[in-house]
Design a protein around this ligand. Structure first.
Ligand code: FAD
Ligand code: N01
Length: 562
């Protein structure tokens, strides 16, 4: 298994040997996913010398690494795409409503070619360390290729979901078959027509399982926590719908930017204007007020949309549990074996506490004769052996073991770099009790270091590409202002950082994200020993954007510019 970001590797101390040649740039950007690519394009336009570094051998980030069968976007591609080039958004053709990974990767590659990005990207190069040199107000950056780089600005476009999580399973290194991680899937085709085991039933597992099941001689799904998953209802993108979007992109993009979650809500289907009725719109009803029979009728009528039709489902635990019961009844109706169905039911955490998973035929997969559910709550995983997996009840022979075990999200990619700010303080030390940032953009004590979609930003709670564009544009504007005003550094204050952290925590209170029983990667709960802090900003992308703009209008409130 290849992993450029091996967890727990020793920190690199940057060489102080003056004979190591040093290359000088205005800005070094770490990461060549959608964030790093756009950052490069913007900074170049204002005349900066920029170098982008990525451990991958090509652009695309998420879409480069996650090549597992079934990998695709669950946001419509007309909206999960860059908005900053009219020519680009007009010329690119999407084939499906929600694009598969190869198409999104091809799009990223097209962007790299069209805007000639590759000449400033160094691939297959992992950044090991970034230290702030207080004597010159510059960042010194070291890579695994032995580069020593110096830059005024260091921008971490390292991705919120890029540090793959390989759990510490006993015997894992002994496995003699093919060991794969969904987040580090190889480029070469993998023969899956064998005995395959998949550990993990989050978004990645749920996408991969139905596709692997079609190819495998036998598939064993090793499930620890059952998932709530809604049908993706993906389909080919109709040419007229694509054209309608393109004709209305001004409006679509404007709506996306100011929406809570990066979705426009725009539809190419013309809806007849409603008869105007005087007075405010009636409030959505409460699920709790319905009788059991009415609740089932509501499910019959609305299916999965029922959860949004009632205002208490994501606000009140009792209503949430009623919604969960409707969901469970649905699963029971799809999965033929009642024992398997029962084991697939999420029962100990509320709907809406984790990132919503979307699937294409997930539950139906368990009706196949070549698929076995292994319930790790009933038969715990004891060890990985040379030939398979041993649980407390049996040994399962496997040729291929797929880890769909997720990511050390939001902080993992940054933690894996030895980042040191003023006084040699490491980012890891600064974040020992959980990540602390101002707006998810900067960290106190780390001048001129910016994080794109960092903890404390809305990023992962939205259509991420919209969040990326907002961050990149804010950072680019900020650097432009510093240069115009002849200023050397920008640095957030500890007070601003603390106040923002409090605000991030406050707005998450009373949401399902932090409800009793909820453990998610948003909270760092998937990584043993990681502090439990709700990391993303739940206040909404539009509101967050307005706050970022207001901070600039107030003379970079909460930042010190020197
Ligand atoms: P990434 O795409 O993660 O790119 C970061 C890059 O930084 C990587 O290429 C990595 O190699 C590089 N890097 C990290 N550390 C170092 C280092 N030390 N040295 C050198 N290089 C480094 N979001 C949505 O909005 N909708 C979706 O449907 C959706 N689907 C997803 C599906 C999957 C399987 C995953 C994993 C995520 C998905 N996301 C989705 C989130 C997705 O990560 C973002 O949408 C977006 O692609 C992130 O872009 P990025 O450039 O910020 O980070
Ligand atoms: O990761 P996850 P993911 N033993 O952390 C299990 C984005 N994404 O890669 O819940 C046994 O959600 C773990 O079990 P448990 C999206 O933002 C989007 O699936 O810890 N099992 C869980 O079942 C998403 O939220 C798409 O008990 C172990 C699974 O592994 C994020 O990426 C597609 C284990 C991990 O689930 C992460 O999704 C893919 C162990 N030791 C990803 N350790 C789209 O479609 C972990 N697990 C948009």
């Amino acid at each position: 298994m290849t992993d450029v970001q091996t967890a727990g590797r020793p920190a690199t101390v940057i060489s102080t040997d003056a004979t190591v040649p040093e290359a000088r740039f205005d800005a070094v950007v770490v990461g060549a996913g959608f964030a790093g690519m756009y950052m490069l394009h913007r900074l170049r336009q204002q005349g900066l010398s920029v170098l982008v570094l990525d451990g991958a051998t090509d652009v695309g980030g998420t879409w480069y690494w996650n090549r597992y069968p079934g990998a695709r976007c669950d946001v419509p591609s007309m909206e999960y795409s860059y908005s900053w080039s009219e020519e680009l958004q007009q010329e690119w053709q999407w084939s499906e409503v929600m694009s598969p990974q190869p198409e999104i990767l091809a799009y990223a590659q097209h962007v790299a070619d069209r805007f000639d990005l590759r000449r400033d990207i160094r691939f297959a190069t992992t950044v090991r360390a970034a230290h702030f040199d207080e004597s010159t107000d510059t960042w010194v950056i070291a890579t695994d290729a032995g580069d020593r780089l110096r830059a005024t600005y260091c921008i971490m476009a390292t991705g919120a979901l890029s540090a793959s999580n390989t759990p510490d399973l006993p015997g894992l290194d002994r496995f003699g078959g093919e060991l794969l991680h969904t987040g580090r899937w190889p480029k070469a085709p993998v023969a899956l027509d064998r005995r395959v085991g998949v550990i993990g039933t989050g978004s990645s597992g749920v996408q991969a399982i139905p596709v692997i099941a079609e190819q495998a001689e036998h598939l064993f799904v090793l499930q620890r926590t059952p998932v709530f998953t809604f049908p993706a209802n993906n389909k080919p993108l109709r040419p007229d719908v694509q054209s309608a979007y393109k004709d209305h992109y001004d409006e679509v993009r404007r709506r996306q930017r100011h929406s809570p979650n990066g979705f426009s809500g725009w539809s190419p289907v013309k809806v007849a204007p409603k008869q105007s009725t005087a007075g405010p719109r009636p409030a959505r009803p409460e699920l709790r007020t319905l009788s059991p029979e009415q609740r089932h009728q509501a499910w019959e009528q609305y299916g999965f949309r029922v959860f949004d039709r009632f205002r208490d489902v994501y606000k009140d635990m009792e209503a949430n549990e009623l919604a969960c019961e409707l969901y469970r009844d649905h699963v029971r109706s799809v999965v033929r074996d009642p024992d398997v169905a029962e084991r697939l039911l999420p029962k100990d955490y509320p709907l809406g506490c984790k990132r919503q998973v979307l699937d294409s035929g997930y539950y139906e997969t368990f009706n196949r004769p070549n698929v076995t559910l292994v319930d790790l709550r009933d038969e715990a995983l004891v060890e990985i052996t040379e030939t398979g997996v041993r649980t407390t009840k049996r040994h399962i022979e496997l040729d291929v073991l797929v880890l769909a075990t997720g990511f050390d999200a939001m902080t993992g990619a940054l933690d894996r770099i030895d980042i040191r700010g003023r006084g040699g303080v490491t980012l890891k030390e600064h974040w020992a009790a959980g990540p602390r940032t101002y707006l998810g953009l900067q960290v106190a004590g780390f001048p001129n270091l910016f994080t794109v979609t960092g903890p404390g930003s809305p990023s992962v709670l939205s259509n991420v590409i919209v969040a990326i564009e907002q961050h990149v544009e804010w950072i680019d504007d900020c650097i432009g202002e510093l240069r115009r005003d002849g200023l050397r550094t920008i640095e957030t204050t500890p007070d601003a950082e603390e106040a923002w952290g409090r605000h991030v925590t406050e707005v998450a209170q009373d949401t399902m994200y932090v409800a009793p029983g909820c453990s998610s990667w948003y909270l760092g709960a998937n990584i043993p020993g990681k502090p439990r802090v709700f990391m993303p900003y739940v206040g909404g992308l539009g509101r967050y954007r307005a706050r970022c703009d207001e901070i600039v209008a107030n003379g970079y409130e909460g930042f010190v510019l020197r």
